[in-house]
Design a protein around this ligand. Structure first.
Ligand code: MD0
Ligand code: SF4
Length: 355
């Protein structure tokens, strides 16, 4: 039997792949669809065992595009004069959150760039107040992605009703991290996640694909995700664009992302793994689901002047990142959107296990 098939067969019997085996699977990025299909099939089977045909939908609200950092892969980095900046008022946020909640998403992800105006004591207190208001008004579970914030603030966000903290390292190899996130502390970013976990928040960790990482770097990320006890694990392609420094050398890598989604499913069969609409929009959803993802992220209410993170405009105003559009794709893949109760139950169980 060929080694990849043997790895997959053992994973289906409940034996997780070793580090060397994970490296092999991550390296299937340029192997072509046919060679990758057995990997995707195994990933779908593991998803089925843990989640049946149920998929969770996450609404996304990008509340401020002002940033103090200069990440080399990011459109919103401080030194990009081309990017349109905004900071949404609490009222605008509540209105958009209400529309997403009505559309049937299971969670709201509130995301901010590291906006200098929100890093002060008063700014951070404002985040906490807004979290409580959105929670109260929407009644939905909340994920917060505010960048690195002090441990005490994470505790307050949890008290205010947050369920999740998302803060992607993008890579767990320090050299690559320095190139991607210049002048930021690797240790501080990891530390914020450990603090969030201690406060009782669930954690999402993520890697960026197509930025010069090797399969071995990705294996290092799997280990780091496991040590953190991440509840949701993400692989997302770098989206190159003129005006993003990294775009001169790297082009993102859709094959790498799909192999990574499936490999993450083998490494973390019972965790949540997103298919983001923020890389190739609705058109890219099916292939991500077929690679074993079980959450669709970056649903955005049209007409509210909100942006994506990787793709600032794709499919947003056309209303193609909505629950109705996503449900149709799910159906075509033999999948179905979960109920709100099913999602809340999953979150409740994970919180109990993480304690
Ligand atoms: C997404 N655009 O889910 C969002 C974003 C931030 N927590 C998430 C990358 O694709
Ligand atoms: Fe700022 Fe986040 Fe972009 Fe980095 S990735 S520049 S922290 S918005």
């Amino acid at each position: 039997m060929r080694p990849v098939e043997a790895i997959l067969e053992r994973a289906l019997r409940g034996e997780p792949p070793s580090a060397r085996e994970l490296e092999r699977l991550f390296a299937l990025d340029d192997a072509g669809e046919a060679a990758r299909e057995p990997l995707f099939r195994a990933a779908r089977e593991l998803r089925r065992r843990h989640f049946g045909d149920r998929v969770f939908l996450y609404g996304f609200l990008y509340l401020s595009t002002w940033c103090r950092n200069d990440c080399r892969f990011c459109w919103y980095r401080r030194s990009n004069p081309e990017c349109r900046r905004y900071r949404k008022s609490d009222e605008e946020v509540l209105e958009a959150a209400g529309r997403l909640a009505e559309s049937g998403v299971h969670l709201l992800d509130l995301t901010w760039s590291e906006d200098p105006a929100l890093r002060t004591g008063e700014g951070l207190a404002g985040l906490v107040r807004l979290t409580a208001r959105v929670r109260e008004a929407s009644g939905l579970p909340l994920m917060l992605s505010p960048g690195v914030v002090p441990a005490a603030v994470l505790g307050e966000l949890k008290q205010a009703g947050a369920d999740w903290y998302a803060c992607y390292q993008e890579t767990h190899s320090r050299g690559l991290f320095r190139r991607l996130r210049p002048a930021q502390s690797f240790a501080q970013r990891m530390g914020a996640k450990r603090a969030a976990r201690r406060s009782g928040l669930l954690l999402e960790e993520g890697v960026l694909c197509g930025v010069g990482e090797s399969p071995r770097d990705l294996v290092r990320s799997v280990r780091a995700m496991a040590r953190l006890g991440a509840d949701q694990v993400r692989a997302m392609s770098f989206v190159p664009r003129d005006g993003i420094p990294l775009a001169r050398r790297h082009h993102g890598d859709p094959g790498r992302e799909l192999a990574a989604i499936a490999t993450l499913r083998l490494a973390f069969p019972d965790r949540l793994i997103p298919a983001s609409l923020d890389v190739d929009g609705l058109a890219g959803l099916r292939r991500r689901l077929e690679a074993g993802a079980n959450v669709v992220t970056s649903l955005i209410p049209p007409g509210q002047g909100l942006a994506g993170v990787a793709q600032s405009v794709l499919d947003i105003e056309e209303g193609r990142r909505t629950a109705a559009e996503v449900r149709e794709v799910l159906e075509r893949c033999g999948l179905a959107a979960a109920s709100g109760t099913e999602y809340a139950d999953w979150v409740g169980r994970r919180k109990a296990e993480a304690r």
